[in-house]
Design a protein around this ligand. Structure first.
Ligand code: FCB
Length: 483
């Protein structure tokens, strides 16, 4: 099996195929004689959230139902039966939240647009009030000197589309493109960076494969492979629709959580093996999006259950991008060279005692933030990479003095950013970093128990309190360096 996740678990095995190469990256990426002390000039520092996780206001201004409303209201699906009905009330408190961002000094805010606010039925008539909230948010950000970066699909599919098959239906890919074009035409005057999907691999594997996220399905392989194909097709059609509808200065790319492969030891042979593994373990996602073909190993793995697709689909899926966003939390695999295996690589086990943050899936592997973008640059010669999510959860309880001493997150951010800086110093073209998340929020099936925010939220009062890590992040941003 090529990829298998438990909530961000680890892939189990690998296929076989030749490596695509982009020698030009290595030629460019010669380490500087002495490592510069900080991040490159103009490096973009940001923070991120997503609509269903923060907005609340699920019944306001004509919003339709999403699959996450349905799922979270189904008893037993979310820890403590929590829902996003109120979340952190960002819909009403966005002005205060923009001030929190301003205090951090971020240059950009990555938020997502709720499709069911814009098209309550997924297609058909647009809701006249559907984009008003985002207009207000965008204007408030710009007034504070913060660039709005908007994600079009962060998992809140209109329920009406799920009722017609969701991502199992090819029509959903077309509907997504129509929605993307509509939004781009309306906000492209002020929003210059759009993301198509957030983490296709997560919403397909967890939502349609394992059933632990909305819509809670456990599809057999053939149907799962087809849903995955429709999701990447939706990405490609949306890129085309945005190009057709928006001004030419609007840039577009995905925000994908690649399966990060770390070489077991940093020798040439293990590094090459980790590159091969990266290409194969992301074959249904970033690889097809950047190469316009499914690898031989992927097709061999899917076999008789391979998705149905056409050459036109592949061309659309590989529509040229302006940048690649990658969400990185943890290393997924440690990879070693296996000269006798057809693939040339093998996966070393993630040991039982491997350290993790509060959420067990979030293994502590700061080097993922070095190898993830490095492999993307090397394999596909990507010139502009953004880390569109990185962060960790904690329990984060205010101490008696009212301060939230999230020393675990401080440790995490320092160590991960040290590795990111190692990458930028070596010439890997990472242009920016978005810390997940601005605020504690609704963490999908974990409900409100896992807190990912730089700001603590008291869910009873909605009071926001900066954590210690917010102070750390403010310092890093101000210096454009770790120290
Ligand atoms: C990512 C999701 C984001 C959040 C973080 C912790 O996979 O994109 O919404 O849940 O994990």
């Amino acid at each position: 099996m090529l990829t298998r996740f438990s909530r961000r678990g680890f892939a189990k095995a690998a296929g076989a195929s030749a490596l695509g190469s982009a020698a030009s990256f290595e030629a460019r990426a010669q380490p500087a004689a002495s490592t510069p002390p900080g991040f490159p000039a103009g490096f973009l520092w940001g923070t991120a959230t997503a609509s269903y996780q923060v907005e609340g206001a699920v019944q306001e201004d004509g919003r339709g139902a999403s699959i996450w409303d349905t799922f979270s209201h189904t008893p037993g699906k979310v820890r403590n039966d929590d829902t996003g009905d109120i979340a952190v009330d960002h819909y009403h408190r966005y002005k205060d939240d923009v001030q929190l961002m301003k205090a951090l000094g971020v240059g950009a805010y990555r938020f997502s647009i709720a499709w069911p606010r814009v098209f309550p039925q997924g297609t058909g008539a647009a809701n006249p009030k559907g984009l008003d909230f985002y207009d207000r948010l965008i204007d408030a950000l710009l007034a504070s000197g913060i660039a709005p970066w908007a994600t079009l699909y962060h998992w809140d599919l209109p329920q009406a589309l799920q009722d017609r098959g969701g991502w199992e239906s090819r029509d959903t890919a077309r509907a997504f493109a129509d929605y993307a074009g509509h939004v781009a035409a309306r906000i492209g005057d002020r929003v210059k960076h759009l993301f198509t999907h957030n983490e296709i691999s997560a919403f397909i594997e967890l939502g349609y494969g394992q059933g632990i996220h909305a819509p809670g399905l456990r599809l057999p392989p053939r149907r799962l492979n087809q849903a995955r194909h429709h999701a990447v097709l939706g990405h490609g059609l949306a890129v085309q629709a945005i190009r057709a509808a928006a001004r030419p200065d609007v840039k577009v790319g995905p925000a994908e959580n690649i399966n990060v492969c770390v070489p077991v030891i940093e020798t040439d042979e293990h590094i090459r093996a980790a590159e091969r593994a990266t290409r194969e373990l992301n074959a249904g996602y970033l690889t097809v999006m950047l190469e316009g073909r499914y690898t031989e190993a992927f097709l061999a793995w899917t076999g008789a259950d391979a998705p149905t697709f056409t050459a036109e689909d592949l061309a659309a899926i590989a529509s040229p991008l302006d940048f690649v966003g990658i969400n990185i939390y943890a290393p997924h695999n440690y990879v070693r060279a296996a000269p006798d295996a057809p693939s040339g690589f093998a996966l070393a086990p993630i040991t039982a005692g491997f350290p993790h943050m509060q959420t067990p899936w979030l293994k502590v592997g700061p080097e993922a933030l070095h190898w993830g973008p490095r492999h993307v640059a090397k394999l596909w010669d990507v010139k502009d990479i953004y880390i569109t999510e990185n962060g960790c959860a904690g329990t984060d309880t205010p101490a008696a003095d009212g301060i939230v001493y999230d020393t675990d997150r401080v440790m995490f951010v320092r160590n991960y950013l040290t590795q990111l800086q190692r990458a930028t110093a070596a010439g890997v073209p990472v242009r920016g970093y978005f810390l997940w998340s601005l605020l504690d929020n609704f963490e999908w099936a974990d409900g409100y128990a896992s807190r990912f925010g730089l700001h603590h939220v008291d869910y009873a009062t909605q009071k926001r309190t900066p954590k210690l890590s917010a102070g750390l992040y403010r310092e890093i941003i101000a210096r454009n360096a770790l120290a």
